[in-house]
Design a protein. Structure first.
Length: 274
């Protein structure tokens, strides 16, 4: 496999991971893990979230002893609208926009931006009793991004997430088990990426002072890169501040626990309910 092809796979996996973690709707952003909470019948929530990621690796190269240093940066802003169809069912629509850049030994090799694949999800909380809840969240991503620029898959992808939430005093704990099937239009994407991806993550929340909640998150998912057998894992910490009962702002920091995961990401967002 050529050095250029290996580097292009690395870039695609970085941008794919950033997209997956940013485009979908989450519990209380900046968490990656969703909870079983819904908006309630007739209620809306609007979120504006952003994530900026940085990754630096030295790729092995056949023609050099030291290898090639590859640096990648990605920024994504996403608008997410949730609506309560019933008290226990939400429909969620997300529109992400990406800015992606990559360098090899200091020379820029790619610089793309644009709308990536939009998401449409349905969250159904089918059980709730004594602080314990269960929910299912099926969803699809629509091929609205330009796949030739690495901004989308080019075909519809689908997934399903099983969600649990348990509240114990001031604490809340969330577990997600997810599966995603990715469709790819470009042959090079089909050759480079796995179609079937699993994801496992655990999160916790606790109100440390009035209106200020500390959040923590960790997770792992199947590496989409067919050439790698190491699955990216992350840890995340952050805060959510409730300005009013209907308006939150948040901040988080996500760090990679192994080489395939993005080195670090900064997350920030706001949510308004009405």
């Amino acid at each position: 496999m050529s050095r250029k092809y290996c580097i292009s796979i690395s870039c695609c996996c970085f941008f794919f991971t950033l997209f997956i973690l940013s485009a979908a709707s989450y519990a209380a952003h900046p968490l990656i893990t969703d909870d079983t909470g819904t908006q309630g019948k007739g209620n809306y929530q609007v979120e504006i979230n952003a994530e900026s990621g940085y990754d630096r690796e030295t790729e092995d190269a056949e023609d050099t002893e030291d290898g090639v240093t590859v640096k990648e940066t990605g920024l994504e802003a996403a608008g997410i609208l949730s609506y309560g169809i019933t008290d226990s069912i939400d429909i969620v629509f997300g529109v992400p926009y990406q800015w992606n850049k990559a360098w090899e030994d200091g020379d820029m090799t790619s610089d793309y931006d644009g709308i990536s694949d939009m998401s449409l999800e349905l969250k159904w909380r089918f059980y709730e009793a004594e602080g314990f809840g269960l929910a299912l969240k099926p969803g699809v991503t629509l091929p609205t991004g330009k796949e030739e620029k690495g901004l989308g898959n080019g075909r519809i992808s689908s997934g399903l997430t099983f969600i649990t939430t348990k509240e114990i005093g001031p604490w809340a704990f969330h577990l997600n088990l997810a599966y995603t099937h990715n469709g790819y239009k470009l042959e090079e994407d089909r050759d480079a990426n796995r179609k079937d991806i699993w994801h496992v993550s655990l999160a916790s929340e606790v109100e440390v002072v009035r209106d200020l909640t500390a959040v923590a998150n960790m997770g792992i998912e199947k590496n989409p890169d067919k050439t790698s057998h190491v699955d990216p894992a992350f840890v995340l910490g952050g805060f959510v501040y409730s300005i009013t009962d209907d308006l939150d702002i948040d901040f988080g920091y996500k760090a990679g626990l192994n080489k395939p995961e993005t080195d670090y990401s900064i997350l920030a967002g706001t949510a308004y309910r009405f």
